[in-house]
Design a binder for this molecule. Structure first.
Ligand code: PTJ
Length: 257
């Protein structure tokens, strides 16, 4: 079905379409469609825009990736379906390989996601020849040239267990997750409470500009960043948005949504 750009929910419907196409290609799992529903809900109550706290987190995340010795961008099925081309561009801008890392892992599916990403001319790791300790599900399966030896990992739509395992393995984690209450958001060093489809393009632009900065300047950006405060601001932003909507419904003539 062709979605008309004039539809008021055009971008939301487009995301759903991309996920369904990803599902049909074997990139996305059924569980991924459910996970997207949770993300949509949080995006809705954030106003479906990138808030100032998310921009600050994106900037800190880019600084951390640029300062890293071995940065890696971890990609699951949903991320690949929603933002393959953009992830490839970010990989080049940050000089960090993409690595396929799946919760619902199979050799066949990992290869399918790898091929899906490689259409955009980027380096994709997916050997699955090493394991992270302290984690029982399939996300422990990593590439010995990538996440296994990485010092900083960018993850999106992640589960809290893996984030915790990455931290325990001494890695820094930058997480993109629309849910500021999730374990991932609480465990990460930098939590970006934004939709992946907005966060990645923002981070590409930032990476291109920030590459020119001195190491000290990148370190300064990071030292001014406080993840706990960022999550507090995200939750307060949802509260304020909902309060504004409630006032609007109570009195549509005198307030704006
Ligand atoms: O492809 P696989 O096999 O690795 O499986 C991927 C899923 C997404 C099924 C798996 O990682 C999973 O079950 O994730 P969770 O635990 O449901 O967490 C997903 C998180 O991502 C939730 O907190 C959602 O709010 C959030 N989320 C969903 N869509 C988006 C999002 N965050 C940012 N942008 C989105 N578009």
């Amino acid at each position: 079905m062709q979605i008309p750009p004039s539809h008021p929910r055009y971008f939301s419907l487009l995301m759903r379409k991309k996920l369904v196409e990803g599902f049909e290609e074997g990139v996305v799992v059924l569980e991924g469609l459910i996970a997207h529903g949770r993300g949509e809900t949080f995006d809705y109550i954030l106003g479906e825009v990138t808030r100032d706290f998310a921009m600050e987190a994106e900037r800190a995340g880019v600084a951390l990736m640029l300062l890293a010795k071995r940065p890696v961008i971890s990609v699951n099925g949903n991320a690949a379906a929603l933002a393959a081309e953009e992830l490839a561009e970010l990989s080049k801008a940050l000089n960090a390989p993409l690595e396929v890392n799946l919760f619902h892992w199979s050799r066949k599916r990992a290869d399918t996601v790898k091929k899906w990403l490689e259409r955009f001319d980027c380096e994709v790791l997916a050997a699955g020849d090493a394991e992270l300790e302290g984690i029982e599900h399939a996300r422990r399966i990593v590439d010995s040239r990538g996440i296994y030896i990485a010092d900083v990992v960018l993850v999106a739509l992640e589960d809290g267990d893996r984030c915790e395992a990455l931290r325990r393995a001494g890695k820094k984690v930058v997480a993109i997750d629309l849910n500021p209450l999730s374990r991932t958001a609480r465990m990460a060093d930098v939590s970006i409470v934004d939709n992946i489809v907005r966060a990645i393009p923002n981070m590409i632009e930032m990476a291109k500009n920030m590459k020119k900065l001195e190491k000290e300047e990148l370190e300064r950006i990071l030292s001014n960043y406080d993840n706990g405060i960022m999550l507090k601001r995200a939750i307060e932003s949802i509260r304020d948005y909902l309060t504004g909507m409630a006032s609007f419904h109570q009195n549509p003539e005198t307030s704006t949504p």
